[in-house]
Design a protein around this ligand. Structure first.
Ligand code: G6P
Length: 607
């Protein structure tokens, strides 16, 4: 989950490297904010790197060590989300060898680090941290006793087990970066005056739009104007691997909003319009056919993406397709039932969530075909799936997913529409027609609900807990609303099928306990109204998201917000938006930074 970056320039004369490293750190901060560090080659003749690292936020560490004023010809940078070793200055990256000539930044976990460490310590290496990462520079140092840097790096990588994205800087080769990838993402930039490697595309885009997305088990080196990649000892032909990326790095900056989360909530009309216009109906029809022919559909995903999976499962059931949504990390409990003729559906914004990737492999290993819905072109999940459908939400920086969820649901709805057409089921045929109106309707939702929600969020911000209740398609929306509140406002929030609330959860309800109801489907309205009455009778503070002009619903609630109504499937998108805003403003009222929720990472690349 850590963020990594490296840059090496062609020039012999030291450049203003500090601002470049700071910029990279700022972009990577969302990947982990336990600690921050950089290593710099201050001149092409230096025999060792200079390292500056500490616990804290990027702005704090950058200020404390005057990172902005650093000059040099090459540098690496890292933001850490701790796995092995608590957050501390010693455990912060970069890690160096005994001589200080090899600096390494790493994302992932080296599973066999204990035995490597023992071996290296016995050979006389001194370790300064508790991390798994520190074995890497020492291993390179050890091999460099007999081999030139590139060969030494290659040998060292060959010793590592686990998941990793690595960038290494070696003082004797100041214009070169060494890199390796297994499971964790890594992107190499292709430019003439500099060599760039990073865990994230936007960070590379600050320097070049021409990139190579590394595949699993690839490793190599890059210098200005040169990239060399190998896999299993053989060079990889890169001729067809260089892609030109149209996302500008600026698309990933805040554009005047106080937080990325709010910016991304407001970007939803644009993201949805982009996804809509990018839909490839041939692929969707082929995907619909695969769903139709599947013996059973297993939908695997994590976090927010799983909620899009629940929407899909409900829609598929409506269309007569047997589907089970499963937490990706629990796939092992169903895999025994999976076989040929089954279809897996992996939903993942990043396409790099390790639980989802492992689930894809398990499903394929059991004989199923897999369809991926992802936002990141060339991501691991995309590459390992048989059918790929992209959401086109653009880069999402805030840890809490917003626009990537609504675009996932749009893709799910498009698939359901294609399937409904294929099977001649008129029941949800209108979903496809209404879909065209979704981007505009989301703009309306933002205009109509942001003010009232901001007001309402004050009351929720003062409470320790909240329930979110819904029925049918209202349930995944309730689940997503509760997850958002937990993630960014640190308020204990639970979502339940409204009918189930009587079987336990209601015991907590008294004295103004906030209960939020999602009324997005007229079919289940009556039953849900009954659940509101039950909560009122226990002195809950009831809050309703209801269709416009529904006075019979409005009168049930202590507070309500009217949300435009299309049809239940498209309403999932419209009705989740006020709940995203509610979580955002509750976090802000409570004085938290919604972009950096504690203990969470945007992309979870450890099991
Ligand atoms: C992390 C993020 C969540 C995200 C989940 C799945 O937990 O904090 O926001 O929903 O991973 O990520 P994916 O990239 O697979 O959709």
């Amino acid at each position: 989950m850590c963020g990594i970056f490296g840059i090496a320039y062609r020039t012999e004369a030291p450049l203003a490297l500090g601002p470049v490293l700071r910029r990279a750190l700022e972009r990577l901060e969302y990947r982990g904010y336990d600690s921050v560090g950089v290593a710099v080659m201050t001149s092409a003749n230096s025999e060792s790197v200079q390292v500056y690292k500490d616990v804290g936020k990027v702005s704090e560490v950058v200020g404390k060590y005057s990172i902005d004023s650093l000059r040099g010809v090459a540098g690496v940078a890292h933001t850490r989300w701790a796995t092995h070793g608590r957050p501390s200055k010693e455990n912060a990256h970069p890690h160096v060898d005994c001589t200080g000539a090899v600096a390494v930044v790493h994302n992932g976990i080296i599973q066999n680090y204990a035995e490597l460490r023992e071996r290296l310590a016995a050979a006389g290496h001194t370790f300064r941290s508790e991390t798994d990462t520190e074995v890497i520079p020492h291993l390179i140092e050890e091999y460099m006793k007999a081999l030139p840097p590139w060969e030494a790096f290659r040998e060292a990588i060959g010793q590592l087990r686990g998941a990793f994205a690595i960038v290494a800087l070696i003082a004797s080769e100041p214009h070169t970066l060494y890199f390796a990838r297994r499971l964790s993402p890594l992107v190499v930039g292709v430019a003439e005056e500099s060599a760039v490697v990073a865990s994230d595309l936007p960070t590379v885009l600050d320097h070049t739009r021409r990139v190579i997305v590394l595949h699993d088990d690839e490793y190599g080196y890059t210098a200005p104007g040169e990239v060399h990649v190998e896999r299993g000892g053989a060079p990889v032909d890169l001729a067809s691997r260089v892609v030109e990326i149209s996302w500008t790095a600026d698309m990933a900056s805040k554009e005047g909003y106080p937080h990325y989360m709010l910016k991304e909530i407001h970007e939803q009309p644009m993201a949805l319009a982009g996804t809509l216009s990018g839909l490839d109906w041939d692929t969707l029809r082929a995907a619909a056919e695969a769903l139709h022919n599947a013996r059973h559909v297993y939908i695997v995903a994590a976090g927010t993406s799983l909620h899009a999976g629940h929407v899909m499962a409900l829609g598929l059931a409506r269309l007569g397709v047997k589907a089970t949504p499963i937490v990706a990390s629990e796939v092992h409990s169903v895999v025994g039932a999976v076989g040929e003729g089954d279809l897996g559906v992996a939903i993942s914004q990043s396409g790099e969530t390790i639980d989802t990737l492992v689930a894809v492999r398990a499903l394929r290993g059991a004989g199923a075909r897999v369809m991926a819905i992802t936002n990141v072109v060339g991501s691991s999940v995309a590459r390992e799936s048989d059918i790929v459908i992209y959401t086109r939400a653009g880069p999402e920086v805030a840890v809490a997913a917003t626009k990537t969820f609504t675009t996932q649901v749009l893709v799910v709805n498009a698939l359901l529409h294609a399937l409904a057409e294929a099977v001649g089921n008129g029941d949800i045929a209108h979903v496809g027609d209404n879909m065209q109106r979704v981007p505009h309707m989301v703009s309306r939702v933002l205009q109509l609900t942001e003010g009232p929600i901001r007001e309402l969020s004050r009351a929720v911000a003062g409470r320790a807990s909240a329930y979110y209740l819904g029925r049918g398609l209202g349930l995944p929306v309730a689940m997503e609303g509760a997850l958002k509140l937990k993630e960014v406002a640190y308020i204990h929030a639970e979502a339940y099928p409204a009918g189930e609330s009587k079987h336990g959860p209601i015991a907590l309800v008294a004295d103004g306990f906030p209960v939020i109801f999602v009324f997005l489907d007229r079919e289940v309205e009556k039953a849900l109204m009954g659940n509101v009455m039950e909560m009122r009778a226990r002195d809950a503070t009831t809050i309703g998201l209801i269709p416009p002009g529904a006075s019979h619903l409005a009168e049930l609630f202590d507070s309500y917000v009217e949300v435009p109504y299309l049809d239940p499937y498209n309403n999932v998108i419209l009705y989740v938006v006020p709940l995203q805003l509610l979580a955002y403003y509750a976090a802000v009222h409570r004085g938290y930074d919604p972009d950096k929720p504690r203990n969470l990472a945007k992309t979870v690349t450890v099991e």
